[in-house]
Write a protein that binds this ligand. Structure first.
Ligand code: G3H
Ligand code: 13P
Ligand code: ZN
Length: 306
């Protein structure tokens, strides 16, 4: 059934694992992710960005998830990723999402709190979960381009949660969005994470920008005409470790894009006379499934958690 993330996060916190939050933009992505979660009996968060709403429409994505739930017996949370303002959060809450993110991370502290609280008041009235963000991730998002990481301050995090009433908090400890996360040695600020966890025990934290950028896909894409040299993600063991420090939700989008694109490039190059979209979208869907299944089993640690 469609569900909010409360129970998922309570169990994840206790169990020292994380739930995967995967971005969805079309049918093949949704089907690939759900097939993996079903085989692993894993809880699942499917998240929809403003860009996804623009591309596919909120209703289509919602109905695709509902269609999957006709056969799949899984708890699935449908979440708005990086809601930029009150109106988009309201539209998703009214449209049946079970969780929303209000992203006021680019705003001054008090304004971020005020915006988050406004969404919290509306959402809680309808039983919907609210994720907020404090600190800034370097990288590119649709509405925010940040040159620099601004790591989350543990004292501020505590005050932010108390004053805004948000249910979970996305923090900045060194991850970033996209396929180029680290120039040198990848590193996350676990000291800071531990401080936050100690100050707010049992409070679910969220890690954005958590794709690992599997080199097999980077190499496959580049081998078949792509140009994404030097792409680098968060090493899997660091994510696994974060999951034992109160990080209950780990966001992954880039790895889905890479898996699909690499396989589509390969399939088309190896079969130049093929023009049936099912012949390359099918393998792309399988690649998403296999990639997500690997994450669930070996990185998130949430197999058989439902
Ligand atoms: O955080 C960004 C997500 O990867 C979503 O990307 O806004 O291009 O859909 P998008
Ligand atoms: P990646 O770009 O690392 O996949 O991060 C996705 C994300 O944080 C979506 O909110
Ligand atoms: Zn994000």
């Amino acid at each position: 059934p469609l569900t909010g993330p409360r129970e998922m996060f309570q169990k994840a916190y206790k169990g020292g694992y994380a739930v995967g939050a995967f971005n969805v933009n079309n049918m093949e992505i949704i089907q690939g992710i759900i097939a993996a979660a079903e085989e692993e009996r894993a809880p699942l968060i499917l998240q929809v960005s403003a860009g996804a709403r623009k591309y596919a429409s909120q209703v289509y994505l919602m109905k695709l998830v509902e269609a999957a739930l006709v056969d799949a017996d899984l708890p699935i949370c449908v979440h708005l990723d990086h809601g930029a303002d009150f109106d988009i959060c309201k539209a998703c809450i009214d449209g049946g999402f079970t969780s929303v993110m209000i992203d006021g991370s680019h705003l001054p502290f008090d304004e971020n709190i005020a915006l988050t609280k406004r969404v919290v008041d509306y959402a809680h009235d309808k039983g919907v979960w609210v994720e907020a963000e404090l600190g800034r991730l370097a990288g590119i998002e649709e509405h925010v381009v940040s040159e620099e990481n601004v790591y989350t301050d543990p004292d501020q995090a505590m005050e932010f949660v108390e004053r805004s009433g948000c249910d979970s908090l996305a923090i900045a400890i060194g991850t970033s969005h996209g396929a180029y996360k680290f120039k040198g040695e990848p590193r996350l600020d676990f000291e800071r994470l531990e401080k936050i966890t100690k100050m707010m025990p049992d409070y679910p934290l969220v890690l954005h920008g958590s794709s690992s950028v599997p080199q097999e896909f980077v190499e496959m894409a580049n081998q078949f005409g792509g140009q994404i040299p030097g792409a680098k993600g968060v090493p899997e063991d660091l994510l696994r470790k974060a999951a034992t420090y109160g990080v209950c939700k780990i966001n992954i989008d880039t790895d889905i894009r890479l898996a699909m694109t690499a396989v589509i490039r390969k399939t088309l190059m190896e079969n130049p006379s093929e023009f049936d979209p099912r012949k390359y979208l099918g393998p792309a869907r399988t690649a998403v499934k296999n990639m997500v299944q690997h994450k669930i089993k070996n990185v998130l640690g949430c197999s058989n958690a439902i």
